[in-house]
Ligand binder design. Structure first.
Ligand code: B12
Length: 266
C-alpha cells in the first residue's frame, strides 16, 4: 500500500495519517480483543516506525530549504508511545526544521537541562495516556519558566478533550501535527535567513553569464579581458568557484560593471 501510495504521488502526511495511524488503531483494537498478542503489536509498530522513516526520506527529496528553526520533540516522562512523535519529527524535518527527536519517556529534569543547553525555538511534547497529563502540565510549566525559554506545544490523541487542555500552559494544545507545523512556521517566518556562500556564488555566476552573453563574448574572450583562465570563468558562471575578491574585481572591470552590482542578489 505504501509503495502504491508513493507511486501515485500521495504526500508524506497523507500516508502517515491515512495508512499508518489507522493501521495502528486497528492493531490496538485487535490487541484489546485478544485477537493479536503483544509480540504481533510490537512487530507492527516496528514495521511502521521503519516505514515512517522511509517515507520521510522520500518526502525530503522535495525538501524545502532549511528554515533555521530548531525543535526538540519528546514524549513526556513515563510515556512509551512514540510513533506519533516519529511522524511529527519527520514532518518538521521535511518542512525545513532542524529536529532533535528524543523519543519516549523523557524525565522532566533531563529534558529541561537539554533545552537550556540547546536553546531550541520550539519543544513539542507528546502524551497518549491520560495519567500523563499532570506530568505534561509540569513539564510545560518548567520549560515556559526557563530564561529565554522555548515556545511549547503539547499534544496527543486526547488533546481535543477538555480534561486534557485544562490548565496546561502551553502555546498550543493540539492533536493535529499539521496545525502544529503551521503554527510553528509563524514563529520563524519573519526571521531573516542568512544567505549561504553557495547561494552567493550561484547568483554571482548567473550575473556574469548574462552580462557576458549580452556583450556577445565567449568565455575565452572574457577570460582574456579579465586575465583569468577560461575554466575559471566557466566555474564562476556555474557557481562552482569560490571566487577571490581580486578575481571578482577583474571580472567586474572587464564587463564594465562593478563588484557591488555583481554581488547584489536582487
Ligand atoms: C503501539 C502501541 C503501544 C506500544 C507503543 C510502542 C511505541 N514505540 O510507540 C506499547 C506496547 C509500548 C504500548 C504500551 C501501552 N499501551 Co498502547 N497502544 C499502541 C497502539 C496500538 C498504537 C499507538 C500509535 O502508535 N498510534 C499511531 C500514532 C500515529 O497515533 P498517535 O500516537 O495518536 O499520534 C498522532 C496524534 O495523536 C498526534 N500527536 C501525537 N503527539 C502529538 C503532539 C502534538 C503537539 C501534536 C500537535 C500532535 C500530536 O500525531 C500523531 C499523528 O496524527 C494504540 C492503539 C491506538 N488506537 O492508537 C495503543 C494504545 C494507545 N495503548 C494503550 C494502552 C492502554 C497501553 C498500555 C497502558 C498497555 C498496558 N496495559 O501496558 C501501555 C502503556 C505504556 C506506557 N507506559 O506508555 C491504549 C491507551 C488508552 C488510553 N487512552 O489510556 C491504546 C489506545 C490501546 C487501546 N485501544 O486501549 N502501546
Amino acid at each position: 500500500m505504501v509503495d502504491d501510495a508513493i507511486d501515485r504521488g500521495i504526500g508524506q502526511a497523507s500516508i502517515y495519517f491515512g495508512i499508518f495511524a489507522p493501521a495502528l488503531a486497528d492493531i490496538g483494537d485487535a490487541w484489546i480483543s485478544g485477537e493479536l498478542n503483544i509480540a504481533a503489536e510490537h512487530h507492527a509498530t516496528s514495521i511502521t516506525l521503519r516505514e515512517i522513516g522511509r517515507v520521510g526520506e522520500i518526502g525530503r527529496s522535495n525538501r524545502k530549504r532549511e528554515n533555521g528553526g530548531t525543535v526538540i520533540v519528546a514524549a513526556v516522562e513515563g510515556e512509551m508511545h512514540w510513533v506519533g512523535i516519529r511522524m511529527i519529527s519527520e514532518l518538521f524535518q521535511t518542512d525545513g526544521w532542524n529536529v532533535a527527536d528524543l523519543g519516549q519517556d523523557n524525565p522532566i529534569d533531563d529534558l529541561a537541562k537539554l533545552v537550556k543547553q540547546r536553546q531550541p525555538d520550539l519543544v513539542v511534547l507528546s502524551l497518549t495516556r491520560p495519567d500523563r497529563i499532570p506530568i505534561a502540565r509540569k513539564a510545560a510549566r518548567m520549560l515556559k519558566e526557563l530564561e529565554n525559554g522555548p515556545v511549547v506545544f503539547v499534544g496527543g490523541p486526547e488533546a481535543t478533550l477538555p480534561t486534557f487542555n485544562d490548565d496546561i500552559h502551553a502555546d498550543l494544545v493540539s492533536a493535529n501535527p499539521l496545525q502544529a507545523i503551521n503554527e510553528a512556521s509563524k514563529l520563524i517566518s519573519d526571521r531573516a535567513r542568512p544567505v549561504t556562500l553557495n547561494e552567493h556564488l550561484v547568483s554571482f555566476g548567473i550575473k556574469v553569464l548574462n552580462l557576458r552573453r549580452h556583450r556577445g563574448w565567449t568565455q575565452q574572450e572574457l577570460a582574456r579581458r579579465a586575465s583569468l583562465d577560461r575554466t575559471y570563468i566557466s566555474n564562476v558562471e556555474k557557481g562552482r568557484q569560490n571566487i577571490t575578491i581580486g578575481a571578482a574585481v577583474k571580472i567586474a572591470n572587464a564587463l564594465d560593471s562593478n563588484l557591488a552590482d555583481l554581488i547584489d542578489r536582487n
